[in-house]
Ligand binder design. Structure first.
Ligand SMILES: [Zn+2]
Ligand SMILES: [Zn+2]
Length: 342
């Protein structure tokens, strides 16, 4: 089924953590984790509206400077989400540079930073290039049902897991999606266009049947525009399908409390990206390092009921042996082998 998101790790499984989430048909993207992201072309970095950071170990946050250098003077607004102390950490990054000419840039950059705290409060601050990134405090908001970001088409939920420090696990959730039958569209003489999004939104929000939809489309005869009601267009709708859910889990210890938190956040998730840092043979070492073995990652995927599994964040000590880590995780999960996406 066609989904809202197209998700792809930025690096191979031995590289730094970062998941790029592209919106199909929109010039927009999300990023989960901000490690080494130099593999992303500037046009993809410029599309980012929101960046979600699990924790600020260097392999998850050192890409901040590269990102900032690319978007500065070219992008107007971005929101960064992170865990405890995140606002101060972003501020320290910004304070490390000299900003004596940044006020003159034609496009002013506003960075809104959301700090999710373990007490369920989301603290907020803004840094504008027009004021040399002086910190502005914004009103905090309370987190409700793990939701840290909400839009008409998707939401992002988060839970803390223990990595000898609080670390965020994310669930990216497409809301129910309306599917349109292409043959019915053709039979009515229409082609796709932005108006379809308007219709889908009207159907999902149960808008009244006489709500007007401005149908604008192009075909070989040129551009057309008509106004039709939701009821007139409703026969185009094939069905309303549940949206896709993507889980992103790194870094964490293997504890029962962590497994429980993940079951609550991610039960039945469609795709689970999860760290598989060490082989089970090195479980004692994994424990000392506050990381999972591949077998433990697979066990979490099984208990969560993940439908597809992507093991990631392999230790460099296994370079050339990625297949073994994946095989160990998949065996413990017990489901289909992962898509060979990378
Ligand atoms: Zn870490
Ligand atoms: Zn890490």
């Amino acid at each position: 089924m066609r989904t809202l998101f197209d998700h792809q790790p930025v690096n191979d499984s031995f590289g730094d953590s970062a998941l790029y989430v592209d919106f199909r048909d929109e010039r927009r993207g999300l990023l989960i984790d901000l490690g080494d992201i130099r593999a992303l072309p500037p046009r993809k970095l410029l599309r980012l509206s929101h960046i979600f950071v699990t924790h600020t170990h260097m392999d998850h946050f050192s890409g901040f400077d590269h990102w900032l250098a690319v978007v500065l003077a070219r992008k107007a607004r971005v929101t960064l989400h992170g865990g405890p102390n995140f606002i101060a950490q972003v501020e320290h990054k910004l304070r490390a540079y000299t900003w004596n000419v940044v006020q003159r840039y034609a496009v002013a950059l506003g960075i809104e930073v959301l700090e999710i705290d373990t007490d369920g409060l989301i603290r907020r601050a803004r840094f504008m290039s027009s004021t040399a990134f002086r910190r502005e405090e914004l009103e905090p908001v309370a987190m409700v049902q793990d939701v840290i970001h909400d839009e008409p088409t998707f939401r992002v939920r988060a839970r803390f897991v223990d990595h000898e420090m609080p670390c965020l696990a994310f669930s990216l959730e497409e809301k129910a999606a309306v599917r349109v039958a292409p043959d019915r569209l053709a039979a009515m003489g229409f082609t796709t266009g932005a108006w379809l999004r308007e219709l889908k939104h009207a159907v999902l929000t149960n808008a009244p049947g006489d709500t007007p939809i401005h149908v604008e489309w192009n075909d070989q005869h040129g551009a057309h525009a008509e106004t039709r009601s939701v009821d007139e267009l409703r026969p185009l709708v094939l069905d309303v399908a549940p949206g896709e859910r993507v889980g992103y889990v790194t870094d964490l210890r293997f504890t029962e409390a962590n497994v429980q938190a993940l079951v609550e956040l991610l039960a039945g998730v469609d795709t689970l990206y999860i760290e598989s840092v060490f082989l089970e043979a090195d479980a004692a070492h994994a424990k000392r390092k506050n990381h999972l073995t591949a077998r433990q990652a697979g066990e979490i995927a099984r208990r969560v009921g993940a439908r597809s599994l992507v093991p990631m964040h392999h230790s460099p000590r296994y370079e050339g042996r990625g297949d073994e880590l994946v095989a160990e995780a998949v065996a413990a999960w017990g489901g289909r082998p992962p898509d060979q996406k990378v």
